[in-house]
Design a protein around this ligand. Structure first.
Ligand code: AP5
Length: 266
């Protein structure tokens, strides 16, 4: 299945695009905080780190970022900003699976029941899809931002066994009691993929408001099932990335969270 970034488009750059040579080593430094349609974008964006060329003409390895956190902790919201800033391919396993369900593919048919109940899709359904997608040329050339994977120890170990290692793991921390309110108020624009919240991030116009949709798993009951799965598995995933993980307070306003994440990536 193809990926569909939540922001509605993916930044893809040609092989000439390089990150500053200083970027990758910095990304490995520990952070102080703890707590389907692909569009090709041939023009070089000068306002982004992704557009910076090494002065020596040497390309540093592109960033490979994992973002994790509980349901509704703000992963998708921050990924909209991160992919814009760093020019990486955003891969959301939730979006990939929802697209597969919508398209009625065999993977979608296998995943649907689990997703409707708020449960994790079996590891063997999702692991192969992610590994294949990460091996595609756009991910190798511009780097990637993996959102919602790995979610279990088996998924983290499968990535490691395939030689896929992140340069940084970002973890958004939000207490459970805030997450339910975020989940039930979340809405998505099916045209742009942009994420809204009826209270915290309302739509800009009546036109957008009229077309917003709500995910079928965004009820309080299913949110609690999703939270249980998250708490059951996350400690094991964290332990796989101890030296690379940075914790950020996800309860702050969106722009402030983004600024913190940028610091973690510097
Ligand atoms: P997935 O789509 O990945 O769902 P999730 O992890 O539960 O995360 P969400 O998308 O709900 O939340 P988010 O953190 O992206 O928050 P958002 O930015 O939207 O997975 C869905 C299902 O697919 C799973 O349940 C499972 O069945 C399956 N699946 C996926 N990956 C899998 C895997 N690896 N293995 C097995 N199964 C898998 O924000 C939420 C709301 O809060 C929005 O309304 C937003 O506007 C608001 N908000 C965001 N930031 C802020 C802020 N700073 N302040 C106030 N409001 C904010």
């Amino acid at each position: 299945i193809n990926h569909r970034p939540r922001g509605g488009h993916t930044m893809l750059y040609g092989p000439l695009l390089a990150f500053t040579a200083a970027w990758a080593p910095a990304a490995l430094m520990p952070c102080v905080s703890r707590g389907e349609t692909q569009q090709h974008m041939p023009q070089q964006r000068t306002n982004s780190r992704a557009a910076v060329m090494s002065t020596e003409g040497l390309a540093a390895a592109p960033p490979r970022i994992i973002i994790c956190g509980a349901p509704a902790s703000g992963k998708g919201t921050q990924c909209e900003l991160l992919k814009e800033e760093y020019g990486v391919v955003h891969l959301s396993t939730g979006d990939m699976l929802r697209a597969a369900v919508k398209a009625g593919t065999p993977v979608g048919e296998q995943a649907k029941g689990y997703m409707d109940r708020g449960e994790l899709v079996p590891d063997d359904v999702i692991i192969g899809i992610v590994k294949d997608r990460l091996a595609e040329s756009d991910c190798e050339q511009t780097g990637w931002l993996l959102d919602g994977f790995p979610r279990t120890e088996a998924q983290a170990k499968a990535l490691a066994a395939a030689g896929i290692t992140p340069t940084k793991v970002l973890y958004l921390q939000v207490p459970d009691e805030m997450l339910v309110e975020r989940v039930v108020g979340r809405r998505t624009d099916p045209e742009t993929g942009k994420i809204y919240h009826l209270k915290f991030a309302p739509p800009e116009s009546d036109e957008v408001a009229a077309r917003l949709t709500q995910r079928s798993d965004d009820t309080e009951e299913k949110c609690r099932v999703r939270l249980q799965a998250f708490h059951e598995h996350m400690a094991a995933v964290e332990s796989c990335y101890q030296s690379l993980i940075s914790y950020t307070d996800g309860t702050k306003p969106k722009a402030q969270v983004f600024a913190e994440l940028q610091k973690c990536l510097e």
